[in-house]
Write a protein that binds this ligand. Sequence first.
Ligand code: NDP
Length: 330
Amino acid sequence: SQTILLANRPQGTPQLSDFEFIEEEVQSLEDGQLLLELEYVSVDPYLRGRMNDAKSYIPPFELNKPITSGCVARVKESKNDGFQQDDYVTGMLPWKKQQIHSGADLTKVDPNQAPLSAYLGVLGITGLTAYCGLMEIGKPKQGESLVVSGAAGAVGSIVGQIGKILGLHVVGIAGTDEKINMLKGEFGFDAGINYKTTKNMKTTIAEVCPDGVDIYFDNVGGEIADAVLFSINKYARIIVCGAISVYNETSPPTGLSVQPFLVKNTALMQGFLISDYKQQFPKAIKAIAGWLQEGKLKYEETIVEGFENIPQAFLGLFSGKNKGKMVVKV
Ligand code: NDP
């Protein structure tokens, strides 16, 4: 079965040549096992970190081994009592079209409740990250102002909309005018800033947040995050969810010294990892599903077709090719 391996540890921005396609044998099915066929594959910025040989909260990928990510698969055959043929499941799976699986750590999903791809996005880690990060660290209060970066991406677009549902003044930062129009037009953001065409981010953020910034949901880090700090209010909360703008740096980035901003404003800046919030998942999914049903929350997806295009889709995250969640339909 077609399989994608990590062929090289990328230096700087990953290249297609860092991936290798091989045919790998599918073992025969034994008692207790499942034969899975990948349907949707999630590509995510954090996978970049796992391509480095560095200690982190999750072990690095091994060279010449399949890359794994969140996937939706169909049960093609089952010798496991817990699953039937044509069940759909999600889990962390290798990029291998067909594979044998023990059934452990898989979650069944219902294609009649939501499109299968949504389980990798708004009803999966994306939605949970947006909700838990904003609620648990952001502690939003009606009337406050929220700035979110990576705003037209998977997590960012949900964060901003939850902000609107809760009655916040919401500003999104993203990389094209088309994305800014989507944020304001489709998702109801109050304002948007195109960071690629804006000359002075610092003054522009101050202009669109005349009452300052109470919550900053940071998906990108770097200079954009620095610029927001100039507008934070007293007791501001900064959710450090990701830093995609520096994931491809080869040496530690030098930026603004954040401490004086935090001291002066007695502000909180906290790193966020979704795996710490498992206890909140049922509550979060209930809220998200409810808002989807009421039509208060919308989600966008960029669906790339074809297993062979998984590496390309992943690379596209770093040049902003996606609106909403980037997924590959196998
Ligand atoms: P996105 O859908 O937001 O995709 C990435 C987006 O980042 C692109 O669309 C692009 O949009 C933007 N981007 C790329 N390069 C840059 C740059 N140099 N400067 C500014 N923006 C850039 O991905 P996700 O929603 O899946 O993830 C968003 C962030 O959240 C990531 O940092 C990710 O690592 C993090 N994350 C963290 C989790 C956690 O538990 N801590 C869980 C899930 C995600 P544009 O056109 O606007 O540049």
